[in-house]
Design a protein around this ligand. Sequence first.
Ligand code: ARG
Length: 460
Amino acid sequence: MTTNKMWGGRFRQGPASIMEEINTSIDFDKRLAAEDIAGSLAHADMLAAKGIIAKADAAKIRKGLTAIKREMEKGTFPFRREYEDIHLNVEARLSELIGKASGRLHTARSRNDQVATDFRLWVRSACERADAGLLALQQALVKQAAKHTDTIMPGFTHMQPAQPVTFGHHCLAYVEMAERDRARFADARARMNESPLGAAALAGTPYKIDRKMTAKALGFDAPMRNSLDAVASRDFALEYLAAASIAATHLSRFAEEIVLWTSPAYGFVRLSDSFSTGSSIMPQKRNPDAAELVRAKVGRILGAFTGLLVVVKGLALAYAKDLQEDKEPVFAAADALDLALAAIAGIAGDITVNKQAMRAAAEKGYPTATDLADWVVTKLNRPFREAHHIAGAAVARAEALGIGLEALPLEELKKIESGITKDIYKVLSLDASVHARTSLGGTAPVRVAEQVAFWKARLS
Ligand code: ARG
């Protein structure tokens, strides 16, 4: 075979180094080190128990893997790109440490089932971390809610003042969202908790292995039933990313509210110095950077989800190297989510509420107009649609006079609807409005206090 005179000389080494560059994954899959060792320990024990390898070899392997684990903890383990990935790096090091017996470890196994196992274990832990982070957020929010069962703030729809609500009620809305997020992670965790180990490359193995034994050793509920599915599927990672995307979306909504509320235009809450940053030019500034970054993190997380979905889309069975691209998005998303959760829980615990500012804002925009209409329905037995019209006219009159509904003189109200009596003023205050909303799930302080008690019991 002749060398291509045009570029053969130059490219002689080219393909080899670029091959290593595109193929190597050790730079990121080193994060699977602990899981990889756990998987290998379980596998070696099983091979010995089933008489597939000698007990003496298994003992050497166990010793070697334990030494490697210590090297990793100490940071002295030599991660080497020429060994491509975490699996080959561990195996190469094992060979250096224990010699020939190391070659027995890869009996009845492939990197395909190995990586699927490692990654499931890693994502399973990520689900657990997400749960802990969400729980911490819930606890911080319940604490705030307990302090503010009757703190009045404007409730918005379309970002327009709608009806007054209690701040505790508002906090508990996020506690509910976080609870569903936790359920999504728990659900994903339960479904992913099956062991791919023993699927080998794709078809299973002729060795008389015990997949139940390795599954149990690794805390899996059972071995996966189908070896092709075991090595080819990544929906467990996709489910994690989907749950993470939804959770991060919820966090972004709360973060956005913190950004708004800390702005002097609202002034509803104040973040302490520990959660504020200054400006390099404007000395008066207290910026809510952490909340802004929490609001932004969903970009990475959702990006990771769509990215991995596209990697898996259209991929014929079983394993293909495309699947090596599964790890970076999951690692990036998990880092972002863990950090966002820690930051937002910190923020939720840190805020101090400015009750006066909240109340003053709640007084703007005629938020008790619905209460006026409800009084007309209840006391004058008018259909709600007519009552709505009457209340609308009252708002228009108050607006023209530049006063609130509470300050509108009785004669003005009587001009609109002659049946109105001074009894109506009882329902026009902010306090009366929130205290009246006692329906299940409503904003009334009694209901919010019940919900606080419910969550305290549930989260303890
Ligand atoms: N580093 C690979 C990955 O992350 C491990 C599996 C490689 N298997 C193989 N047959 N090349 O997917």
